[in-house]
Design a protein around this ligand. Structure first.
Ligand code: ADP
Ligand code: MG
Length: 323
């Protein structure tokens, strides 16, 4: 199977919303009047972002999900995406499963594959997504104000527990491991929530590297500080799946604060919009939990198990940090 047959068989489908899809030198998108294009790129590298034996269908899902999560964090609606693939070979069974996971998520969010590039090389998946958002309404990292509530969607920390178990550092009952592994390998991009939060949230981002590190971006770009009550974050994780409450609370706390790969939204909103945030959560069938507040004083303050202030230094994942 040559390069062009591979593209035609697995990735070429008739254009729907795009003016022109796969097959020419460029795809053509026609943004609606009054809309801004939201664009984001994320790359997944074998051995770095996923294990070599990861299920191909889930990998297809995740490659797109992490990109859609960026659109969600901006409150954008997906339009289309491009796929740049380096493949060690044309393994038809693998490609079939990969495309199935990828295109199922794409269809679920009406986000069409409009182009890409295919080359031979170590397995590497790079997607660029395009979305639209009404001009001036994108949710940004820079809008948090002192006094705002701090919220998260879902249960940050689940993906980290799965990773610890898969790396042999934590022993979990099979059913629990399976549920956590599904969160790690097939995260849910919170698109409906992101769009519902337009005009309500003052700032937002998605959690890819861990709550504390990612929140740090909001704090820096909004020039504010924050306080998190880790009793809320730890309890959220402990109660999210049967059996998790049996794990050491300190492990749960660390997973919620420093664990990456959750692709939940972290956002801020004024306290008088609490009801509106809850309504956005209900409308998008997504759990939202207030975990703290934004403060004028710079820095991050963490309340520990007894309501005391934690003093440890926490670091989120940084690909180029000195180790
Ligand atoms: P060019 O030589 O102009 O870069 P290619 O020959 O690489 O174009 O690709 C041919 C067409 O197939 C283009 O429309 C390109 O966008 C599309 N394409 C290539 N690889 C993929 C892929 N993995 N998924 C979707 N479309 C792809
Ligand atoms: Mg090319």
């Amino acid at each position: 199977m040559g390069e062009f047959e591979l593209i035609r068989r697995f990735f070429q489908r008739p254009a729907r919303r795009a003016v022109l899809g796969v097959g020419d030198d460029c795809a053509l998108l026609a943004p609606a009047p009054g809309m801004q294009l939201a664009v984001s790129t994320d790359m997944l590298v074998e051995g770095r972002h996923f294990f070599a034996d990861t299920d191909a269908r889930r990998l297809g899902h995740k490659a797109l999900a992490v990109n859609l999560s960026d659109l969600a964090a901006c409150g954008a609606r997906p339009l289309g995406f491009t796929l740049a693939l380096a493949l060690p070979g044309a393994d038809e069974a693998w490609l079939g499963e990969f495309a199935r996971g990828l295109l199922a998520l794409a269809d679920a969010h009406d986000c069409e594959l409009i182009g890409g590039d295919t080359t031979r090389g170590p397995l590497n998946l790079c997607i660029t997504v395009f979305g639209e958002v009404p001009a001036g309404q994108a949710l940004l990292r820079s809008g948090a104000h002192a006094g705002d509530d701090l919220w998260v969607s879902g249960c940050p920390g689940q993906a980290r527990l799965a990773l610890e178990a898969l790396q042999g550092q934590l022993c979990l009952p099979p059913a629990l491991l399976g549920a956590l592994q599904a969160r790690l390998e097939a995260p849910t991009p919170r698109l409906a929530l992101g769009q519902a939060l337009r005009g309500i949230a003052s700032s937002a981002l998605d959690l890819s590297d861990g709550l504390l590190g990612d929140l740090g971006h909001i704090l820096e770009q909004s020039r504010v500080g924050a306080r998190i009550d880790t009793r809320h974050t730890t309890a959220l994780l402990a109660s999210s799946l049967p059996g998790l409450d049996a794990l050491p609370p300190e492990l749960l706390r660390q997973a919620t604060l420093a664990g990456g790969d959750d692709y939940e939204l972290c956002f801020t909103a004024p306290p008088d919009r609490r009801e509106a945030v809850q309504a956005a959560g209900r409308a998008s069938a997504t759990a939202v939990t207030c975990i703290g507040s934004i403060e004028a004083r710079h820095g991050l303050r963490l309340l520990g198990p007894d309501g005391n202030m934690l003093t440890e230094r926490w670091a989120s994942y940084d690909h180029f940090a000195a180790r």
